[in-house]
Design a protein around this ligand. Structure first.
Ligand code: GDP
Length: 397
């Protein structure tokens, strides 16, 4: 009788294990939640075994949950391979993206470039004409200081302007716009491994700015550049954000570490970095929450995430995502974030949806932080490294 009971128990356990394996197939996610108190649950796509062989047993990679004060449970990190019928995207490298996406920008900014060139091409520029130039630049959100700089410089060149051909005029304008876009600012992204540890990128910003989308796009840029990436879904306030991120990751074969809804964001960030270290990834990119009701709550939360991450590995880049369509409001918001964490770069999103491309200039001048990436659409690869001259060329059209 006892044997029969034991046999039934074994059967039930085997059945449950089989079901959980089936449910987990096709996902590339580390889940850090209540159930994971005994360790980390890792579900990811498995390599496809040839039809005539049995699935290979998992090989341990040595990833542990010890950093969370949990028993050093070993989890498996198999190589990224798509499920049958699922093909990973292979995004193009980031180089030259701004030039490729130039038409996106030109479409919304063309009024700026065309407007300026029409005025500057007039035979003799009057005070009214210069005022028009000034108004056009201000309307594009370039800001007073940069507008004054451009107008002053163009005025000193007015003799040259008077005899310039259309092409020369365009070139002069591009030069002046490039000059206010900070062509010499260091826009290198801190995504590379340092001292045997992955680069850690923390992405912050208010909800709706395009933060999660940007993290997904950054993962694609990095994968396109041949890097191995781990994503951390530390926006635990919204399950949808983690789902969204996971989908982005799955498309390019990148693992996402996520936690229980409402769980501790710092614990998820910690776990993502730990996984990145264990997997010897090049970069860990962490999405954070943007919806906190008080400024001090936000500061505390982000500060904590950064501190906890840095127990394992330094944060090599803090990117602030700003929605370009919010104009000066975005700059005000940005200040709150710069007080909370040491922001090292700005990602300006939705530049395809605004005629106020000059916001790049205001953001850089007012925050003293370089714009490193720009979002030019909702498509997965509509994110480009910012380049001052290519941007100026695009807005002049
Ligand atoms: P989050 O709340 O900050 O994480 O914002 P999401 O990533 O969810 O993005 C909010 C919305 O902005 C989504 O509909 C995105 O598709 C959209 N979005 C993000 N970046 C861009 C961009 O560069 N251009 C356009 N047109 N839409 C964008």
């Amino acid at each position: 009788m006892e044997f029969v009971l034991i046999a039934i128990a074994i059967l039930v356990v085997a059945l449950l294990t089989g079901i959980s394996l089936l449910v987990g197939r096709g996902r590339r996610t580390t889940r850090l939640d209540d159930d994971a108190a005994a360790g980390t649950t890792l579900t990811r796509p498995r390599p496809v075994p040839p039809a005539d062989t049995a699935p290979a047993p998992p090989t341990p990679s040595g990833a542990t949950a010890s950093g969370l004060g949990l028993p050093p449970e070993t989890v498996e990190i198999p190589p990224a391979e798509p499920e049958p019928g699922l093909v990973f995207d292979t995004p193009l490298p980031s180089a030259g993206r701004l030039v490729r996406l130039r038409s996106r920008l030109a479409r919304s900014q063309s009024s700026l470039g065309r407007g300026l060139l029409t005025v500057l091409a007039r035979e003799k520029l009057t005070e009214d004409d210069w005022e028009e130039v000034e108004e056009t630049l201000l309307a594009a959100d370039i800001g007073i200081a940069a507008t004054t700089q451009i107008v002053d410089r163009l005025r000193t060149q007015s003799m040259v302007l008077a005899t310039a051909s259309g092409t020369e005029l365009r070139e002069l304008l591009v030069d002046q716009l490039t000059a206010v876009l900070g062509p010499d600012l260091d826009r290198t992204l801190g995504t590379d491994r340092r001292e045997g540890r992955p680069g850690v990128v923390l992405v912050v910003g208010v909800n709706g700015a395009g933060k999660t989308t940007t993290v997904g796009k950054i993962a694609r840029v990095l994968v396109g550049d041949g890097k191995s990436v781990i994503l951390g879904a530390a926006d635990t306030f919204r399950a949808a954000a983690a789902d969204q991120l996971e989908t982005w990751g799955e498309r390019v074969g990148v693992l996402t570490v996520r936690g229980r809804e409402g769980g501790d964001p710092a614990a998820v960030a910690f776990e993502a970095v730990r996984t990145g270290i264990e997997a010897e990834a090049d970069t860990v990119v962490i999405d954070t929450a943007g919806r906190l009701h008080t400024k001090s709550g936000l500061m505390d939360e982000l500060g904590k995430v950064k501190r906890v991450v840095e127990k394992q590995s330094p944060v090599t880049e803090v990117l602030l995502v700003l929605d370009a369509t919010t104009g000066q409001n975005g700059v005000v918001q940005a200040r709150v974030f710069t007080e909370a964490v040491d922001v090292t770069g700005v990602v300006l999103t939705k530049l395809d949806g605004t005629a106020k491309g000059g916001i790049v200039v205001s953001v850089q001048r007012e925050l003293g932080i370089p714009v490193k990436l720009i979002g030019l659409g909702e498509g997965p690869d509509d994110l480009a490294p910012f380049e001052a001259r290519a941007f100026a060329e695009a807005i002049v059209g």
